[in-house]
Design a binder for this molecule. Structure first.
Ligand code: ADP
Length: 595
């Protein structure tokens, strides 16, 4: 069924585009001013035909828009086509290849098209059987617009059944702003009647619109097969006058992470389609949002350049941003299960907002979800409110650690001590999270604290006994610390006694204001220079390996073991060693000696 939605969508877009172009060139309408879509089935020829009197395509356009599968999405789509209708139709949503969905039901597709403004002799006839080839010829066409003829496959004959076809067409076109006409039932002569309402969905009153109409409209907008997670439909009147209909999609499109991936809203001015992907109305970190904006104030000849400089646009952008964030807050509160889906699909994008949009941080912070040392896996991600709600007595920091992966974060030595005290630690598993987290100061008055930098600032969490022990360890270890520092040279800035560790012998930590290790690795990976800063090596004085080290009197042996402990600390945080081979040899010599 999906092909119908896609082809009706294309026809509607073509009409929209003509209406837009005719604003500056009224002659394009050339006497045929009532824009519509026609659909009919021919049981004898076994064809289904979808026609519009929109913008049409020139020969070159037909070749580049329909004929090539060069667009990355389309090529991928063809590779994955399986022949299974169910699976293939899901691919359409994923790749957004509307026109090619025709080949799910048709063994052969013909397109007849004439570009508005070109004369009757310049029609184009395009044809393909989805075998990777197509043919194009120039033909005379009396009418402007596009006719798509589907030669149905044997197993798709059901679409010839007029009753079924009508109900499908109504379903897939009721939100469209153009009449969709089908032959009148039982009429021999061809007389058409509209089967849909012909009113743009967003222009209707909210109370009149059923949920499945919103869902259908969402699918039309997004090419997504599934349901949206949520939507918000609003009319703003007064100083500014506009209607917005915003959707939170249920799944991420294939190009979410591509720089030139589609984003932004579909922009209309007083019901006239102006442009797709008007990205000026939402910040980049809300690029997952799909929707329509219909403004009564913008001029019809508005361009992308004009949008960029406009203070009205800026004001709408700020209002729409809040609307999307509020919609997410409501989803998180009322439907946590659905919110979890949102977070899984788009959480990493939303997080960018912490850095990109500090003004709305109070709105984004409660939307964040984290893996944590008290949760196990995705299903139990925690919010900051959860975290703060179960902080230990005496705890006044929100502890987190960023690892090379979630697993690496979970087993990071720097959080052993916190774990042992049953202090919850938020776990982040992507290097870029280090950059995001650096933008956060506090939540509900509690400061964020990276467990791998500076002093842990245990505050009220540390008992008098803890403090006493730390002091006495410090006194007793002075010589050892100095010997280790000498052995490691300028690999580290300092060697000190750790309060962070429990099971590991050592950990490398950064200075309070140093760039974090994962962020440093991001910069290095893209060939950028990271400011020089040496880590501090912290030793676990209770660890048998450190005790063993302390007893080594022979200098060479001591140095070798100190280096092994240092390199292990690097490995444990997920870093790569500069000289892995030397590490392995040292370790082996050590074992031989122990044996
Ligand atoms: P999309 O609509 O997402 O761009 P499609 O595969 O559905 O992708 O269509 C590819 C292109 O072919 C469209 O962008 C449009 O330029 C052109 N096209 C498709 N159908 C029509 C039509 N009925 N009238 C004019 N152009 C069309």
């Amino acid at each position: 069924e999906i092909f119908l939605r896609e082809l009706i969508s294309n026809a509607s877009d073509a009409n929209d585009k003509l209406r837009f172009e005719s604003l500056s060139k009224p002659e394009l309408m050339a006497g045929d001013t009532e824009l519509a879509i026609w659909i009919e089935a021919d049981a004898v020829k076994k064809t289904l035909t979808i026609r519009d009197n929109g913008i049409g395509m020139s020969r070159d356009e037909a070749i580049s828009h329909l004929g090539t599968i060069a667009r990355s999405g389309t090529a991928e789509f063809f590779k994955k086509l399986s022949g299974d209708q169910q699976k293939d139709s899901q691919l359409i949503g994923q790749f957004g290849v509307g026109f090619y969905s025709a080949f799910i039901v048709a063994e052969r597709v013909e397109v007849f098209s004439r570009r508005a403004g070109l004369d009757a002799g310049t029609g184009v006839h395009w044809e393909s059987a989805a075998d990777g080839h197509f043919t194009v010829e120039t033909v005379p066409l009396e009418k402007r617009g596009t006719t798509v003829v589907l030669h149905l496959k044997e197993d798709a004959k059901e679409f010839l059944d007029t009753w079924r076809l009508r109900s499908l067409v109504r379903r897939y076109s009721d939100h469209i702003a153009f009449p969709v006409r089908m032959p009148k039932e039982g009429e021999a002569s061809i007389e058409y009647e509209a089967v849909n309402r012909g009113t743009a969905l967003w222009a209707r009153a909210r109370s009149e619109i059923k949920d499945d109409e919103y869902v259908e409209f969402y699918r039309h907008l997004s090419h997504d097969q599934g349901d949206p997670l949520s939507w918000s439909h609003n009319r703003v009147e007064g100083k500014r006058d506009y209607t917005s209909l915003l959707f939170i999609p249920g799944s991420a499109p294939f190009d979410l992470w591509q720089r030139d991936g589609a984003r932004g809203l579909k922009l209309y001015v007083r019901r006239v389609f102006i442009m797709d992907d008007a990205e000026q109305f939402l910040p980049l970190y809300l690029r997952f949002d799909k929707g329509v904006l219909d403004s009564a104030d913008l001029p019809l000849n508005v361009s992308r350049e004009l949008l960029q400089a406009d203070s009205e646009v800026e004001a709408m952008r700020s209002a729409l941003t809040k609307r999307v964030l509020d919609m997410l807050a409501k989803l998180a509160k009322d439907e946590p299960e659905r919110y979890r889906t949102f977070w899984k699909e788009f959480g990493a994008v939303l997080k960018e907002g912490l850095a990109e949009d500090p003004a709305n941080r109070d709105r984004t912070l409660p939307l964040l979800r984290f893996a944590s040392t008290t949760s196990d896996g995705e299903a139990e991600e925690v919010s900051l409110a959860d975290y703060v709600g179960r902080m230990q007595t005496g705890q006044d920091k929100i502890y987190y650690v960023v690892g090379e992966s979630l697993a690496a974060a979970r087993s990071h030595p720097a959080i052993e001590g916190l774990r042992a005290r049953s202090v919850e630690v938020l776990l982040l598993g992507r290097r870029i999270d280090a950059w995001v987290m650096d933008h956060l100061q506090e939540f509900e008055g509690k400061k964020f604290k990276d467990a791998t930098r500076g002093d842990l600032e245990l505050g009220g969490l540390a008992s008098a006994a803890d403090k006493e022990k730390a002091e006495s360890q410090l006194k007793e270890s002075k010589t050892l610390l100095k010997r280790v520092k000498d052995a490691l040279g300028d690999r580290v800035s300092e060697v000190r006694v750790s309060t962070r560790l429990k099971d590991s012998a050592a950990v490398l930590v950064g200075g309070e204001h140093d760039m974090s290790a994962p962020l440093r690795r991001v910069l290095e990976a893209v060939g950028q220079h990271a400011p020089a800063a040496k880590p501090v090596l912290e030793l676990n004085m209770d660890h048998h390996l450190v005790k063993y080290l302390e007893q080594r009197n022979e200098a060479a042996e001591f140095d070798e073991l100190a280096l092994v402990i240092h390199d292990q600390a690097l490995l444990a945080e997920g870093a790569q060693l500069t000289h892995p081979g030397a590490f392995v040899q040292r370790l082996n010599r050590l074992w031989t000696r122990l044996g």
